[in-house]
Ligand binder design. Sequence first.
Ligand SMILES: [Fe+2]
Ligand SMILES: [Fe+2]
Length: 268
Amino acid sequence: MTVLAVGDVVGAEAAAWLAARLPRLREEHRADFVVVNAENCAVTGPLPMDGFGMTVEVVDLLLEAGVDAVTGGNHSWDGPDVDEVLARPQVVRPANLDETRGRGLLTLRDGDRVLTVLNLLSPTAALPAMKAPQPRELWPSWTGIAGEQPLPGAVLIDLHGESPWEKAAFAHALDGRISALVGTHTHDPTLRGHLLPGGTAYVTELGMTGPLGFTGGGFDPVHFAARLRGEDFTRLPAYQLATGPLALGAVVIEITAQGTASAVRRIH
Ligand SMILES: [Fe+2]
Ligand SMILES: [Fe+2]
């Protein structure tokens, strides 16, 4: 089985750009399943913490283009359409927090190919001001999820977190028990894909899919800089998307019928 995993889509233009290229990407890489983190696919709001979510219009654009699962993160609760977006059966929000809407994991089936997608939000990526419920610690959350029900098929986790070491530690802790762990949230892609000794594919950060200007995060970092300087960043104008060429943050993962990853490679 071949899985195409795409990192945080930033802005509606990038979503349309990805949607237009998806059929060709799918064919070129013979992808059976496409998993896209789209937590920033619609930059809507004037407030710094509310402008980075999803809208149902943009999510539907991705789904109509063939995305099989849309994952999220700390921004899954932002934007004007949270209820409707989380109600889409292909949308997965972080599982390790108290939320009754939507789902934290999703099992995709295509013939004898079965892939379960699980989204987890690290407490390191949970800002105090965010609307998302506060996430629970990763390891107890994982043991709760995997202990209650065996996860069907190959398992891919989108771990939305701030710390590379934490992502690596979690991947190693699950090595051989899941097929792949892909990191999201920090937006700047990490170079290497790893095949861990037990057969789990791991990449620290998929990287954002969106405009490359400024720091490569997809938007102007002026608010982050102001906050670091101790200034009242909420008085600044709304976040602006970066300009410049669009980048794809993505990897292709090959998984055997036994659920062991055999290859992970970055694509551009
Ligand atoms: Fe993001
Ligand atoms: Fe995030």
